[in-house]
Design a protein around this ligand. Structure first.
Ligand code: NAG
Ligand code: NAG
Ligand code: NAG
Length: 376
């Protein structure tokens, strides 16, 4: 994560490459402010979801609610699912308290129906689902595959089409549920926009650059899909001014969706900032709790999420915001902590599987067209 601070953002104006303004340069240097989020007073209610989303959300904001204990969870065993990467399988890595996997999200004004794997698999028959984003997107991809595999008898009928293994840097993974003609793909594209080469006279600390005016060149491969789920937000960790870069990148993304994606066919989702729970003065200690926090401690707000919501609301085509920031703010218990493949580096950003990301998928599946979140 710390590697991402060495970034210089620049933009093209009428073909002329104007190398990152002094502002962005300063931003790249300000890694010291890595985890200094702007402090926002706690807000009790979550944001309303975009009006352009499906009808279900017009009646009920599924992202406003609370976590309740449910002994029928978790919905799968990560050790029995070949698509949970070892780094997220906290149980296998020695985590003894299993309570973190026994919570379910309860929206205030409606209920998320009990996960019915056979019905979901039938609904997804013949579809292509594409996740695009960073490692948290990969977590959601793994979670969805493991959730769905509980409904497949012949586990060998579910496989990565190129026989590839899950790694942290892998750019593309495609899992085929052959008995359902269903594909679930993951594309690593941390900033969604195009990585670029480092300009010759850049300072040594600049390790990578981005062209915020151009979408990632693999974006062509995302178009032919039925469900397209994005996330992005790493740049927040660079401090305030980088939000300018994020805003431009997200506008590039929104124009791309408007012009390239046929939203009559493809349901497009954008997941908001995934609250992390780093603590301490330098925001580098990680204390994973046994139970969720009873207060969000202000983590239910995020500048990145505000930008995402604002840009998506202005779009000409329907895009559903998966506004997970408020629901995650309580889940100080759900992180990987030291129960990863590298216990010497505590992790208060990523989540254990099974666990919190499973709920993102339950919600996602209920926001698909033709579904209605059942009202009280
Ligand atoms: C959503 O639309 C309704 C009516 O169509 C309107 O009253 C409401 O203010 C809108 N909400 C937002 C957040 O834009
Ligand atoms: C998951 O499965 C493994 C292997 O089959 C088993 O050892 C383990 O106890 C199971 N975990 C839970 C939490 O049930
Ligand atoms: C999507 O549907 C609308 C309304 O039915 C139609 O006007 C539009 O041409 C369609 N767009 C595409 C790309 O098929």
């Amino acid at each position: 994560m710390k590697g991402h601070c060495k970034i210089l953002v620049f933009q093209t104006y009428n073909g002329l490459v104007a190398i990152g303004s002094l502002v962005f340069f300063v931003v790249a240097m300000s890694c010291a402010f890595l985890y200094l989020f702007p402090s926002v007073p706690p807000v009790v209610n979550s944001y309303p979801v975009s009006n352009s989303s499906s009808s279900a959300t017009d009646k009920c904001d599924v992202f406003e609610g609370r976590w309740i204990q449910d002994e029928s969870y978790p919905l799968y065993n990560a050790s029995e699912c070949p698509f949970t990467e070892i780094g997220f399988n906290c149980f296998a890595n020695g985590r003894k308290d299993g309570g973190y996997a026994k919570w379910r999200w309860k929206p205030k004004n409606c209920d998320i129906p009990r996960f019915d794997v056979r019905a979901v698999l039938e609904k997804l028959r013949g579809k292509r689902i594409v996740f695009v984003g960073d490692s948290l997107s990969r977590t959601q991809w793994e979670s969805l595959i493991c959730l769905l595999m509980t409904g497949v008898e012949d586990k060998k009928s579910v496989y990565e089409v190129n026989g590839k293994k899950i790694t942290k840097q892998i750019r593309f993974l495609s899992v085929h549920f052959s008995s359902f003609d269903l594909r679930i793909d993951f594309y690593r594209s941390v900033f969604l926009v195009q990585p670029a080469s480092v300009p010759i006279r850049s300072p040594k600390r600049v390790k990578s650059t981005l062209r915020v005016d151009k979408l990632d060149d693999i974006s062509q491969e995302w178009i032919d899909s039925d469900i397209l789920i994005f996330n992005s937000g790493k740049s927040l960790k660079l401090g305030m001014p980088i939000t300018t870069g994020f805003r431009i990148a997200l506008n590039t993304w929104s124009s791309w969706v408007e012009t390239m994606v046929n939203t009559n066919r493809t349901s497009v989702f954008f997941r908001t900032f995934e609250s992390s729970h780093w603590s301490g003065r330098n925001h580098n200690s990680c204390k994973v709790t046994k139970h969720p926090w009873s207060s969000s401690w202000g983590k239910d707000r995020s500048t990145i999420s505000d930008i995402i919501i604002k840009i998506v609301k202005k779009m000409k085509v329907p895009v559903t915001i998966l506004h997970v920031t408020p629901m995650l703010s309580f889940r100080s218990d759900g992180h990987v902590g030291t129960w990863s493949d590298n216990p010497s580096v505590p992790d208060c950003s990523h989540w254990c599987l099974p666990g919190v990301p499973d709920m993102w998928n339950e919600i996602l599946l209920n926001l698909l067209p033709g579904n209605q979140v059942s009202l009280k």
